[in-house]
Design a binder for this molecule. Structure first.
Ligand code: KG4
Ligand code: ZN
Length: 348
């Protein structure tokens, strides 16, 4: 006789999405809600931490109520309450984690403090029941740019990270320079369709480097200089920037793949995975290595709570719940054994 599915309530509030979801161990998303704060941050061209935290505090409780109601589930029916406990903007993380603690305490339900990066890393398995460990993950979002070998639940090897900006951040800052909207990624991709990717000579930071990491700060500065020179159209700069970003991703993935044991699948996750040019380039790369290529649906790539609830589902069998005094962590590397990277402003 098969065991009945177990149920996890997930909460995500580490950046500018307030999200709540109910997911079961058979990969059903019973209900979910996501409230974007784009309109609140757009006037500033980036996420303002204080504004984000206040918005989470206003929106989260009614959203939890609504998700439970949508699914017709009582808090007491949940097998765990999972919340992002870091890394991220600390004010927002605290709103989500403290809410989860209160719910756990009131309903006598176990608490799971989830690493946001673990949520991204395991999300492809929520979408694809056939995706087995290990797989190679490119995690590209507004806050992160990492290559991870996902070996199993709780077993992540970070092969590369950025020594300065995340790729989504570089898209957003380039969009700001070019006078496009926020978030900038989709705007840059759209404008790039009208431009020539070879028109503007832009650097490929760390391309060919013997170290494994990414760097995008120099590329962003070059975009600024190209724009200020007045010699190039915004469309040509956008297309050339996007091409430079693709070249960097492929070069760094080649570097990682040549130095690790072969795995069956290459997976991409994070908001930047929405970019079609990047997706196609990754698919081609996977083909040359004889690997499968998987990209979860966009709703699971960008920040969401289903991935946090799913990480909770994956961790349920381990039986390792978290105490009510667990701290929120603005930085929380997924792979604690990863070598620290050089440079200031290093991201976890
Ligand atoms: O995963 P996500 O929703 O939030 C973070 O954890 O940061 O990713 C948001 C990032 C933003 O920087 C946004 O500009 C970028 O993903 N993004 C894109 C595209 N769509 C979203 N970047 C490039 N091309 C896109 N089509
Ligand atoms: Zn994220």
């Amino acid at each position: 006789m098969s065991t009945p599915p177990r149920l996890v309530l997930g909460i995500e509030s580490s950046c500018d999405e307030t999200a709540v979801a109910l997911v079961d161990t058979q990969r059903n998303i019973l209900a979910q809600r996501i409230a974007s704060q784009d309109d609140k941050h757009a006037p500033y061209g980036g996420v303002v931490p204080e504004i984000a935290a206040r918005a989470h505090a206003e929106r989260l409780a009614p959203m939890i109520e609504a998700v439970l109601e949508d699914a017709g589930v009582a808090l007491e029916d949940c097998d765990a309450i999972a919340a992002t406990a870091g890394p991220g903007l600390i004010g927002g993380v605290m709103v989500g984690l403290v809410s989860a603690k209160a719910l756990a305490m009131a309903s006598d339900t176990p608490l799971l403090a989830i690493n946001h990066l673990e949520g991204h890393a395991l999300s492809p398995r929520l979408a694809d029941p056939d995706l087995e460990f290990p797989y190679l993950l490119l995690l590209v979002s507004g806050g992160h740019c990492q290559i991870l070998l996902v070996e199993g639940v709780g077993h992540y090897r970070r092969l590369a990270t950025t020594i300065d900006d995340a790729l989504g951040e570089a898209f957003d800052k380039s969009a700001k320079i070019l006078g496009l909207g926020f978030p900038g990624g989709p705007a840059v991709e759209k404008l790039a369709l009208e431009g020539d990717p070879g028109a503007v000579p832009l650097p490929r930071p760390l391309k060919g480097s013997s170290e494994p990491h990414f760097s995008f700060a120099g590329l962003k500065s070059a975009v600024l200089r190209a724009h200020e020179s007045g010699e190039h159209s915004a469309a040509n700069i956008a297309a050339s920037f996007q091409q430079a970003a693709v070249d960097c991703l492929i070069d760094r993935l080649n570097h990682a793949m040549e130095r690790t044991d072969p795995v069956a699948n290459l997976v991409v996750a994070g908001g930047v995975a929405a970019n079609q040019v990047i997706r196609s380039a990754l698919e081609e790369l996977a083909k040359t290595y004889g690997m499968g290529f998987t990209a979860p649906p966009m709703s699971l790539c960008t920040d969401n709570a289903a991935m946090i609830a799913w990480a909770g589902c994956e961790r349920l069998p381990l039986g390792e719940f978290d105490p009510l005094d667990i701290a929120a962590r603005p930085r929380w590397p997924l792979d604690p054994d990863a070598e620290p990277v050089r440079g200031a402003g290093v991201k976890a």
